[in-house]
Design a protein around this ligand. Structure first.
Ligand code: NAP
Length: 270
């Protein structure tokens, strides 16, 4: 990214946590941003802060909607505020529920936010990026995509789907000036863990959490130095090695690390 960037960064989930940290990193480099999330209050607060560095447009939109409005609205945004040079698909929420207690409607909603809406966002901006011969799509997945932790049967599957979506996009459209990358954060200290079902996980893992700024910088860095995948912290890359060597050992390690207790590890709520 040489000089002051002109193309817009469209960041879903840009009002909080990792998305806001990424938005700050782009804005500080002078890049205009468009932030998408549901609640106007946090969106307006984030936009007011970012505007001290670069133009910022906050847009309230529920990415869980499955009636076609998401793609329509994101296409409109790209036309009105673009050209979009950077798309960061970061919006999302978590779930920490054993499989047999999972509400199928909640699981569908989760896939809507973590796969269908990111895919709709790509459909909204990719044709323009290809026509201009430049652009970056960064999808924020999770290290849980690599392992299938306790309580994450829908969440980890959705993040794995987002990861392979990124890979398929690179296979189909890579080499035409548009870069596709995925960021896998570990445990990040954000309002993500405010949901009641995630509170036990937060309590057990607080000491291992990293700051969202670290992930936000990794997102911005992926645009400056395009790569297929980044884990934050980097040591999570060992999960790939462990899977290749012994998927069973990886499963046991991740189950131990993620289950809230022995009873819960046998499939009951903490
Ligand atoms: N925190 C972690 O430990 C962690 C680890 C790995 C991966 N991640 C991933 O990182 C991403 C960001 O999470 P975070 O930790 O930064 O959480 P966060 O602070 O709770 O931020 C989530 C953002 O997504 C927006 N959002 C949530 N649901 C939405 C919807 N239906 N429509 C539109 N916007 C929506 C939220 O705004 P509104 O609520 O106003 O809509 C907020 O801006 C997520 O994809 C998450 O899965 C997080």
């Amino acid at each position: 990214m040489a000089g002051v960037p002109s193309g817009v960064a469209l960041i879903t989930g840009g009002s909080s946590g990792v998305g806001l940290a990424a938005a700050r990193a782009f804005a500080r480099r002078g890049r205009p941003t468009v932030l998408v999330a549901r609640r106007s209050g946090p969106l307006e607060a984030a936009a007011a802060e970012l505007r001290t560095h670069a133009p910022c447009t906050p847009v309230a939109l529920d990415l869980a909607a499955d009636d076609g409005t998401v793609e329509k609205e994101l296409t409109r945004l790209a036309e009105e505020f673009g050209p979009v040079e950077v798309l960061v698909n970061c919006a999302g929420h978590g779930m920490y529920v054993p499989f047999l207690e999972l509400d199928p409607a909640e699981a569908r909603r989760l896939f809507q936010v973590h796969w269908f809406s990111p895919a709709a966002a790509v459909r909204a901006v990719l044709p323009g990026m290809l026509a201009r011969g430049r652009g970056h799509v960064v999808n924020v997945a999770s290290v849980s995509a690599k392992s299938g932790p306790w309580g994450h049967s829908a969440y980890a599957a959705a993040k794995a789907a987002l990861t392979t979506l990124t890979e398929s996009l690179a296979a189909e459209y890579g080499g035409r000036g548009v870069h596709f990358g995925v960021v896998h954060p570990g445990l990040v200290d954000t309002p993500f863990f405010g949901a009641p079902d995630l509170a036990p996980l937060r309590a057990r893992t607080a000491r291992r959490m990293i700051r969202p700024e670290r992930v936000g910088l990794a997102v911005a860095d992926l645009v400056e130095r395009p790569r297929a995948e980044v884990c934050v912290p980097r040591h999570y890359r060992v999960l790939d090695v462990l899977r290749a060597v012994s998927p069973g050992a990886l499963g046991r390690l991740v189950a131990r690390q993620s289950a809230p207790g022995r009873a819960a590890a046998r499939g009951r709520r903490p």
